[in-house]
Design a protein around this ligand. Structure first.
Ligand code: BGP
Length: 473
């Protein structure tokens, strides 16, 4: 250990809808998640973020805890409908709230990292023109971004443009797990292309308005493995890599779609709805770093292979997709990696996969990397004495940090590491049951209680990692 630079950003991350609460307070208008989570059956046990963990009212208390931990960076997102009204006017109370959060972080020596979009699109834009499905969203997103750059650009250096574009488009338009709950692959590609254009234009505007800042998208990267060394499985893995990863990573870093990925989609009868000028827009919006959200690797096998995955029944833990046939099934099939252990939610636990992700990004794009999310979702138990013994989380994070250290020694430039998450928070598909934080929040799907904060064992452990710059790990 010992390869972390002196000013390494030891951080944690969150998202507005998952922490803030105050859903319709001080002029905040509904987002698509406010709307969607109130339709019965859409979320786990019909949970929602109406109150969430009440960060809106408790941010000072939380930032105090961050300070106590000596956290170096806090990544949070801005709620678009909290700062821009339906009539396109700015909401001064929303703007003020984020100034307060930023000022408080800076005062406590914590670097704020702003995510511009973490999935809470204003419902008014969904109603007006179907949100991300219309090109009109690009200009609205730019106007919103411009407001943020002008308000906060002189205080905040690090920015994330879109959070996990691959997840919100795929879950929203293929898997029917996010709003607007559609299953249509061509519509997914259309929406995704609009998001790519919005992302590139936002980055280029940022470079004009915040010349000293740094910006990048956060990509949910699940590095692909072949399930065996059978050449057919390797081709399946490469197909998945083109369509599940390069379709975003290449567009971000190179400014164009991957040639093979595009051809594979075309062979299946799908296309990217290019219009004149789009290619230049993508070429002119290159990021300063790649944001990497890493939770797991995924393994792929040849589609003719007979083996069936025995998926765990997680219906009492999570909202499940009922889509089992995917248009890409003829190119690759996701399968379990029997060399790995799994989380309670059946996600592969693979610290070396993080190192592989870092190396692959470095070797293909040669960009600095901000690990913008990584963490373990688990069921934690609050003991009678107020302690939470989450050794499993400590072990998970420790093994991942060791692999980051190795990746740095192998040539990757990693500027920071944001765990998901600082506080327990609302999970889009798993309510309040799946916990990620260093701070336990006393609530579940039904009871909001007092939302008291308790420090888990991992809180003290991460403090030591930060204080020693991971030398003692
Ligand atoms: C990422 C999202 C986060 C967070 C995290 C954990 O995809 O950016 O917002 O939710 O995953 O996911 P989950 O809550 O489903 O376990």
């Amino acid at each position: 250990m010992g390869n972390f630079q002196k000013d390494f950003l030891w951080g944690s991350a969150s998202a507005s809808y998952q922490i803030e609460g105050a859903a319709l307070i001080d002029g905040k208008e509904p987002s698509i998640w406010d709307h969607y989570s109130h339709i019965l059956g859409n979320t786990f046990k019909d949970s929602n973020g109406d109150v969430a963990i009440d960060f809106y009212n408790k941010f000072e208390e939380d930032i105090k805890l961050m300070k106590e931990m000596n956290l170096k960076a806090y990544r949070f997102s801005i709620s678009w409908p909290r700062v821009i009204h339906k009539n396109k006017q700015v909401n001064p109370k929303g703007i003020k709230f984020y100034h307060q959060v930023i000022d408080q972080l800076i005062k406590n020596g914590i670097e704020p990292i702003i995510t511009i979009y973490h999935w809470d699109l204003p419902q008014s834009l969904q109603d007006e023109y179907e949100g991300w499905e219309s090109r009109k969203v690009i200009d609205d997103f730019l106007d919103y971004s411009e407001v943020l750059f002008k308000e906060y650009g002189n205080k905040v250096k690090y920015w994330v443009s879109l959070n996990e574009q691959n997840i919100f488009t795929y879950f929203g338009y293929v898997e029917k797990l996010h709003p607007p709950k559609v299953a249509d692959y061509q519509r997914f590609l259309n929406v995704n292309h609009n998001a790519s254009l919005a992302n590139a234009k936002c980055i280029s505007l940022f470079h004009t308005l915040v010349p000293k800042g740094l910006i990048g998208p956060s990509f949910a990267y699940r590095p692909t493995y072949p399930v065996s060394n059978k050449p057919q499985d390797v081709i399946a893995m490469e197909n998945a890599q083109e369509i599940e990863n390069f379709l975003w990573l290449d567009v971000y870093a190179k400014g164009y779609y991957p040639k093979i990925g595009l051809k594979l989609l075309e062979n299946l009868g799908y296309h990217i709805p290019f219009e004149p000028g789009d290619k230049d827009i993508l070429l002119n919006g290159k990021p300063d770093f790649m944001g990497l959200n890493y939770y797991q690797s995924l393994s792929y096998q040849d589609t003719n292979s007979k083996t069936k995955d025995n998926q765990k029944d997680l219906s009492n833990m999570s909202v499940q997709t009922n889509n089992t046939d995917f248009v890409t099934d003829s190119l690759y099939k996701n399968t379990k990696n029997t060399n790995l252990n799994f989380t309670d939610w059946d996600w592969e636990i693979d610290p070396i996969g993080l190192r592989i992700a870092l190396r692959r990004i470095t070797s293909r794009y040669n960009l600095p990397i901000l690990i913008s999310e990584n963490g373990l979702g688990a069921i934690d138990k609050l003991n009678d004495d107020g302690t939470i013994n989450d050794n499993y989380r400590i072990h998970f994070l420790k093994e991942h940090i060791k692999e980051i250290d190795k990746a740095i020694s192998e040539g990757c430039e990693v500027i920071g590491y944001c765990t998901w998450s600082f506080q327990d928070l609302f999970s889009w598909l798993n309510g309040y049951k799946k916990r990620y934080g260093f701070i336990y929040i006393d609530r579940d799907e039904e009871n909001e209680k007092e939302l008291k904060r308790y420090k888990k064992d991992s809180f003290y452990w991460y403090k030591d990692v930060i204080d020693s710059n991971a030398k003692n790990i």
